[in-house]
Design a protein around this ligand. Sequence first.
Ligand code: AMP
Length: 550
Amino acid sequence: MSPLHKSPLMGEMMHVPLLISTIIDFAARHYGSAEIVTRRVEGDIHRYTYRDCARRARQLANALSGLGVQMGERVGTLAWNTYRHLEAYYGVSGSGAVLHTINPRLHPEQIAYIMGHAEDKVLMFDLTFLPIVQGIAAHCPTVKHWVLMAERSHMPTDDNIPGLLCYEDLIHSHSDDYSWPQFDENAAATLCYTSGTTGNPKGALYSHRSTVLHAYASAMPNALNVTSGDAILPVVPMFHVNAWGLPYSVLLSGAKMVFPGAALDGKSLYELFEAEGVTFSAGVPTVWLGLVNYCLQNNLQFSTFRRTVVGGSACPPSLLNTMMDKLNVEVIHAWGMTEMSPLGTVSTVLGKHRSMPEAEQRKIRLKQGHAIYGVDMKIVDDAGKELPWDGESFGHLYVRGPWIVSGYFKGEGGDPLVNGWFPTGDVATIDPDGFMQITDRSKDVIKSGGEWIGSIDIENLAMTHPAVLQAACIGVPHPKWDERPLLLVVKRPGLELTREDVLHHLEGKIAKWWMPDEVLFLDGLPLGATGKVLKNKLREQFREYKLPTA
Ligand code: AMP
């Protein structure tokens, strides 16, 4: 990055720090009656308004100060997408403390590790996670207060948790008379650990400024297009990368917010989408597979749901096509990562694409997309030389921007940047229009005879076969070629499928030397805590596997 120069003539605009509290204040004042609806963990439907949420967030801020939480100290949450979690988003960060969202799908030992690393002072958690908390409480010496996010009537009698507090009692015993403190917009606001498949998880520490800028940029029409006319249900969890910023972008836009709580199965989601008139949603491909299957099996259509963002891992073409053609839901493919708050690119077609045949437009939609303003990107070869944006050359994807990490919490893992750019660990192409397409994670790339084979392309193609439910392609050792592709397939229940069917389906659609050397059928693929296929587990499992060509 070039050095900052001091200008002889400075602008004369107000210096208003970009603080998260400004979002909830704005939301309550300008869209006060907008609704927040939650399917509670307790099972019932709860509804209130932005104004109520702001009031309770202020009560929470008072309560945290009563518990002795200081600015910059971490408050952990182990919670689903609910109104109480939203109150924590604003009450904790707004008061100057740091909200540490924890993924409950991690192993309890890992949860205790990151809570210790983050030095959480308070942990707020949902009823569902009581057993986890009971298991780890004795191993979390930094935590001074445990708060169960429930009413008194749901408090357990034998909890084994020292000094367990009831969230509703805590809120009700504090006034909503609270003025959000003003401080440097670069102060830490939230903390999220990467789901790192190797080594210990590392913390991405977002600032108020980065969060507010990301909320602005992600709400724009070419990005997620969040408007006051929408009813938005984030399926993507608030415990991982702040639900892609929706808890902020929805509130600053005045949309209705609908939270699914713990019920993420196809039936529960469908019922909530219909009952609350949801228009827009966001989630990882695996979630949509569940909902789409439920709709198809029961011959159901959506009355209001028209757009969804799919990201977190590559959107299979079959999913995009089914959602668009059979359910009339526009799929917006997006890419990002924990280190990027997370949004980097969104695949919204350009004006000039709209006159192209539908099949061509689909190819663009299936790319990971165009950078949103604020994110710069480039692809480089192994030597760090920038590669052309020709849609063909693929290389390591580097990014930079105001909502991308400059380092990890407590300097974990050293300086991740290369000449001011963050190496994403993804391998991608960028076309002349700036649309980026991921061919692989660098560590998942299959290296055959010194050339790279992109596993995502092969998986996506395999999944266009009607009898393929899921597919994962990994490199396995080969004496001649170093590595060759092995395709692992989960069949759609009730349908017949042979290895020859799969290979025949791929033939002619990919380069000959990309053809998998073998196809094996599995009952399921191992998924990580954020719903992504764990390729390292598969590689481990098939390390000794001898390909028929070997
Ligand atoms: P995480 O930090 O856990 O959110 O994981 C970030 C990684 O997920 C990225 O570096 C990509 O490898 C992968 N990823 C996210 N979105 C997509 C997408 N749309 N297509 C392919 N990979 C994706």
